[in-house]
Design a binder for this molecule. Structure first.
Ligand SMILES: [Zn+2]
Length: 155
């Protein structure tokens, strides 16, 4: 994706969040908007702590409770998805690209690699249909050892 379409997609997400707040009679506070900007404006998988740090770096301040509540609203709005990589805390990422990528996680160093595979898209559709579902989305996480960890420290 080019930077321009990224920017357009991010702006569309921000707009969608503002309408979600309006539609649910939730005040669009400066704190909520900056938290949304942080999560929606990156392709990274942020923890709540990462979000709080980034909010502070932007000269705003939001308590942990506000960060969690806002992340919760973002997840309910469908704009953000929650990820559990088994680290003992959740990570959050914008859902725009989510139906399109899966994750591999190294159980030693924690590296997260994204991939996309058409065969998997087709297979999950077939599996869903075989069980009388119409497929909307899925998530897959493959745990294993990354190449670096498998090969060990360079000699
Ligand atoms: Zn590794």
């Amino acid at each position: 994706m080019s930077h321009e379409s990224d920017a357009a997609a991010i702006e569309a997400d921000r707009e969608a969040f503002r309408s979600y707040l309006r539609d649910h009679n939730l005040p669009a506070t400066a704190q909520r908007l900056v938290i949304a900007d942080v999560v929606l404006g990156t392709d990274r998988h942020l923890s709540a702590e990462d979000v709080a740090t980034e909010v502070k770096a932007r000269g705003a301040s939001a308590g942990t409770a506000t960060v969690y509540r806002t992340l919760d609203v973002l997840v309910r709005s469908g704009l953000v998805v929650e990820r559990d990589f088994g680290e003992g805390f959740k990570r959050y990422e914008a859902s725009r690209g989510v139906p399109n990528h899966e994750h591999l996680i190294c159980t030693v160093c924690g590296r997260v690699t994204e991939f996309r595979d058409e065969r998997l898209e087709r297979m999950t559709t077939l599996l869903a249909e075989a069980h009388d579902y119409s497929r909307q989305r899925h998530r897959l996480v493959i745990y294993g050892l990354c190449g670096d960890c498998r090969r060990g420290p360079a000699r």
